[in-house]
Design a protein around this ligand. Structure first.
Ligand code: HEC
Length: 159
C-alpha cells in the first residue's frame, strides 16, 4: 500500500514537471528552426553592394547598346516614317549614329529642340539653325512625339 502511493506520487510529480516545462518554454522556436532577426549591418551592406552591382550592369548594357547603335550605320532613308523633312533629318542625323536612337525616342517638340543643342554642345554636331532646324525639329516632333505610341520592342532601360 505504502509502496503504491509513493509510485503514484512520483508519476504525478513527473507529469507536473513536464507540464510546467512545456508552459515555461512556450511556443518558441524548436531546435533546428531559424529565428528571423533584423538584418545585420553586414547583411545590409551586402544587399546594397548587390543592388549597386545590378545597377552598374544595367548601365553597362545601356552604354553597349548605344555604342552598337552608334557604330551600326547601314540604313536607307525609308527606315524613317514618310513626311516633310525626312530626307533632311536622315541626312543630317545619321552622320554619327543610325536612326535607332531617334526611332526609339519619344520627345516633345521642346525636348527635340533642346536635343539639337545638346548634340552640338556635347557631341560636336554642326549647329542646326534657322529653317533647317525647324524643319527637322517639326519632323521629329510629329513622328516621334511624346504622345506617340511607344516604339515596337521599346526597352524602358534605354529611354
Ligand atoms: C556629331 C555627331 C552626331 C550628330 C550629327 C547627331 N548625333 Fe545624336 N547622338 C550622338 C552621340 C555620340 C549620341 C550618344 C550619346 C550618349 O552617350 O547617350 C547621340 C544620341 C542621340 C539620341 C539619344 C539621346 C538619349 O540619350 O536618349 C538621340 C535621340 C539623337 N542622338 C538624335 C539625333 C538627331 C535627331 C540628330 C540630327 C538632328 C542627331 N542625333 C545628330 C552624336 C550625334
Amino acid at each position: 500500500m505504502l509502496h503504491r502511493v509513493n509510485l503514484n506520487n512520483v508519476v504525478v510529480a513527473i507529469l507536473v514537471v513536464a507540464a510546467l516545462g512545456a508552459l515555461i518554454s512556450g511556443p518558441g522556436p524548436k531546435i533546428g528552426e531559424r529565428q528571423s532577426f533584423p538584418p545585420t549591418p553586414a547583411a545590409i551592406a551586402f544587399q546594397q553592394a548587390e543592388e549597386a552591382a545590378a545597377a552598374r550592369q544595367t548601365e553597362a548594357q545601356r552604354q553597349a547598346e548605344i555604342a552598337r547603335q552608334v557604330s551600326a550605320q547601314a540604313e536607307e532613308e525609308t527606315i524613317l516614317p514618310e513626311g516633310e523633312g525626312r530626307a533632311e533629318t536622315f541626312g543630317y542625323c545619321t552622320a554619327c549614329h543610325n536612326t535607332a536612337l531617334i526611332r526609339r525616342s519619344r520627345f516633345s517638340r521642346d525636348q527635340w529642340d533642346g536635343l539639337m543643342d545638346w548634340m552640338t554642345e556635347r557631341h560636336g554636331m554642326n549647329p542646326l539653325e534657322g529653317e533647317m532646324r525647324s524643319l527637322i525639329v517639326d519632323y521629329l516632333a510629329s513622328h516621334f512625339g511624346a504622345a506617340q505610341a511607344p516604339a515596337r520592342g521599346r526597352n524602358p532601360f534605354l529611354n
